[in-house]
Design a protein around this ligand. Structure first.
Ligand code: B12
Length: 359
């Protein structure tokens, strides 16, 4: 896009598109850098209702996360980018061990290539004499709301931003700059219509109203947050280790159109972490777990929370006759960590329950 005001030397949006494309970024939009007033009041209201369930992130300082000028006082524009995270090849489910599933967005690091691409574009804007800061999944900016303002998509009932003709399997990031770019005109129109599949499919009824997530119920947060997993959600955890895709996996738009918007993974096949062997993970020390999964958001960087998740997966999914699984649970029943002991006891009881056919 070019504006009549576009100064010579400043890359146009089309030129930025060429810089970021090799990093998998397929869509760009432009928003003004004005305060996102509606989002600010929504965050305050959700905090007041406790829907953030102690989450900090963009909730910690809504006045900052909804104001691009807090990061760059002279900001004029925000260039917002979307990078798909669906891939053409689905990893096969391992047959050995107790496979625990990882949310699609975390199979590989999608944020890093997004940031690398945006930094390359920001460098070109800076070379033209402007300031340009990159944010992606950062506490300083509400990514979905700024993307919505930039016309990239609409808020689905599952709270994700859906891109027209593509769905929601995208990560989002921005360049906040004092260069002027013509903002996108009309916002994307709503494509959900009367569909409520995501609301009906959420395993824990976490979508408490269209577009409104109760963090305390959302398995994505339940698996990240510190402390015991509430007993009422443990069966619903199923085989999930990290992340939950259910509200997107049932979305007709994302399911139908997502596969036409894929990204090539820049890693060897065996580096794709779509499954983790829960039994193996419970035999690893902290340093090894961190080396494998340290890029995930893990509360306090304490690996015990991944062990906790693995224990619940074993309770839900191991064969009750699996001796190795029972042995791991036995070991954790006498662990030093009382939370892990309690989860191991629960998992053992769950295996027993699954042995006994219910009438
Ligand atoms: C905190 C957080 C979480 C929390 C809370 C999620 C939430 N809904 O707030 C938890 C840990 C649960 C989470 C989970 C996930 N997350 Co997250 N998360 C964030 C983070 C850090 C902040 C989000 C935020 O500000 N929430 C505040 C609330 C108020 O915003 P909201 O829920 O989007 O609410 C908006 C809508 O409700 C809308 N709205 C208001 N009224 C109405 C009315 C109607 C009818 C509708 C439809 C909408 C609507 O306006 C609100 C404000 O903008 C962002 C990164 C960032 N810096 O922005 C990533 C981010 C939102 N997450 C992302 C991803 C990928 C996920 C998961 C898919 C990961 C997974 N597979 O497990 C799930 C999806 C869960 C879900 N359905 O929302 C992506 C989303 C990309 C996209 N296309 O939307 C982001 C943008 C990261 C990134 N940079 O790519 N996440």
């Amino acid at each position: 896009m070019t504006s009549t005001k576009h100064p010579p030397g400043l890359p146009t949006l089309a030129e930025i598109g060429e810089v970021v494309a090799p990093h998998g970024i397929s869509r760009l939009g432009v928003a003004s850098a004005d305060v996102l007033e509606d989002t600010r009041s929504v965050i305050h209201e959700r905090k007041a209702r406790g829907l953030n369930d102690g989450m900090q992130f963009t909730y910690r300082n809504p006045d900052r996360s909804t104001d691009p000028r807090r990061a760059l006082p002279s900001a004029e524009s925000v260039i917002v980018a979307a990078r798909p995270y669906l891939t053409d090849t689905e990893p096969t489910r391992p047959v050995s061990g107790v496979p625990a599933r990882v949310g699609r967005y975390a199979w590989v690091d999608h944020y890093e290539p997004l940031r690398v691409g945006l930094r390359a574009a920001a460098a070109q804007i800076e070379a033209a004499g402007h300031r340009a800061l990159v944010f992606a999944d950062d506490n300083s900016l509400v990514d979905r709301a700024i993307a919505q303002r930039a016309g990239l998509g609409w808020f689905g009932k599952n709270a994700n931003l859906l891109l027209p003709g593509a769905g929601s399997f995208f990560v989002l990031g921005s360049i906040v700059t004092d260069a002027f770019y013509e903002p996108n005109g009309a916002p994307a129109s709503d494509g959900c219509g009367s569909c409520v599949r995501c609301i009906d499919a959420c395993p824990t009824d976490a979508i408490v109203a269209p577009g409104v997530i109760d963090g305390a119920r959302c398995l994505s947060w339940v698996l990240q947050k510190p402390g015991p997993i509430p007993v009422e959600f443990r069966s619903a955890v199923g085989d999930r280790m990290y992340g939950c895709d259910d509200c997107q996996d049932v979305c007709p738009i994302s399911v139908r159109l997502g596969p036409r918007n894929t990204v090539e993974l820049d890693v060897e096949g065996d580096e794709v972490q779509a499954f983790v062997d829960a039994i193996e993970l419970l035999g690893l020390d902290d340093a090894t777990i961190e080396a494998r999964h340290g890029r995930w958001w893990i509360a306090g960087r304490e690996m015990r929370w991944l062990r906790r998740n693995a224990l619940v997966v074993i309770g839900n999914r191991a064969d009750p006759e699996d001796r190795e699984a029972r042995a791991v649970l036995d070991r954790y029943r006498s662990d030093d960590d009382p939370i892990l002991v309690e989860h191991a006891v629960w998992a053992d009881a769950r295996l027993d329950e699954r042995t006994t056919p219910t009438s």
